[in-house]
Design a protein around this ligand. Structure first.
Ligand code: TLP
Length: 339
């Protein structure tokens, strides 16, 4: 199977498996797992934040990041196709007790201009804004990267009003690779940030949430409350350390493969493809006369996995476990299915 459903499907390589087997471990709930401690220190250093916390998933990272910035009864401003809104089972409402105030955008990229009218102070008739959330890269926007000036403006304006900003940087390293900037620059002004080790960076499990030390100390308690106190988690952190150090090196190749796929899709008459900046390719199949479910099923029968997320929109995600040759084969198969 050529699996282009997501970069979440990457499997640990030999180097990771060896490191996992040999990892030095301890009880992380006591703060005694040396490998987890190393991963948290290294992630904080790379991000330029005071502290970082190893969490099982990106969803838990976002949950903790946003809970740390908000109070029950507030609103969180995000775009209308944000992962926290569409794909996290209302976790934000459930755990943080906040409503989402979503703002429609073409590409998932918010601007201060687009959100300033919905950012609200405390008042007698409405819920005040507790935080702003931005997603970089933007998944459903097609892996789009925030222009740095846009992030900086949102953060500066929000901070001037006393409103903090959380970044869902599940694919933060893809954004950095595409922007040609260090991740620390991308996140310099946000208050809390989550990124995933388990997507394009290749770890089997794990994400990080980072920010000021005092917040991360509180975040450690929230992680425990959510059932994320993972004890001898060094076996996972060992793979995470390799993902963190080695994973980013492979991202330009994944991005080139996504461009290759977009190029091939662009040549198929009944398909229209959205602009590609990183490792996510979104394309519209409505002109084929088939639904994305039908196309997905026909592809699967021929050894290629790609999913639709609406009736007409499909997604291909490149990652370290698909080669250029496999991308070529996948496109040959799609051409055949469409024909
Ligand atoms: N995204 C998954 C699915 O949930 C859609 C995928 O295949 O792309 N933020 C963003 C931007 C994400 O794309 C994801 C996962 C998460 C958070 C959540 O990460 P996990 O799955 O580790 O909870």
């Amino acid at each position: 199977m050529i699996d282009l459903r997501s970069d979440t499907v990457t499997k640990p390589n030999e180097q990771m498996r060896r490191a996992m087997a040999e990892a030095e471990v301890g009880d992380d709930v006591y703060g005694e797992d040396p490998t987890v401690n190393r991963l948290e220190a290294r992630a904080a250093e790379i991000l330029g934040k005071e502290a970082a916390l190893f969490v099982p998933t990106g969803t838990m990272g976002n949950t903790i990041g946003i809970k740390l910035l908000t109070e029950h009864g507030q609103e969180v401003v995000c775009d209308s196709r944000a992962h926290i809104l569409d794909w996290e089972l209302s976790m934000l409402a459930w755990f943080s007790g906040c409503l989402i105030r979503s703002v429609p955008t073409d590409t998932g990229i918010l601007t201060w201009d687009a959100i300033k009218s919905v950012v609200k102070p405390v008042g007698p008739h409405w819920a005040p804004t507790g935080a702003i959330e931005i997603e970089n890269t933007h998944n459903m926007g097609g892996g789009r990267v925030y222009p740095q000036a846009v992030i900086d403006e949102i953060c500066d304006e929000a901070h001037a009003l006393g409103v903090p900003v959380h970044m869902d940087g599940a694919r933060l390293f893809n954004a950095a690779a595409a922007a040609g900037r260090p991740v620390s620059e991308l996140v310099a002004k946000v208050d809390t940030v989550t990124f995933c080790l388990s997507k394009a960076l290749g770890a089997p499990v794990g994400s990080m949430v980072a920010g000021p030390r005092a917040l991360m100390d509180k975040g450690r308690l929230l992680r425990k409350r959510l059932g994320g106190g993972m004890r001898q988690a060094g076996v996972l952190a060992a793979a995470g350390l390799i993902a963190l150090e080695e994973g980013p090196k492979g991202l330009p190749a994944d991005h080139a493969n996504a461009q290759y796929i977009a190029g091939r899709l662009g040549k198929m008459e009944q398909i229209s493809v959205f602009p590609v900046e990183t490792n996510i390719v979104i394309y519209d199949v409505s002109a084929t006369g088939k639904s994305s479910k039908e196309i997905s099923g026909a592809l699967k029968a021929r050894g290629v996995l790609m999913n639709g997320f609406t009736d007409k929109l499909m997604r291909a995600v490149t990652h370290r476990d698909v080669s250029r040759v496999e991308c070529e084969t996948a496109m040959d198969v799609l051409e055949e299915v469409v024909r």
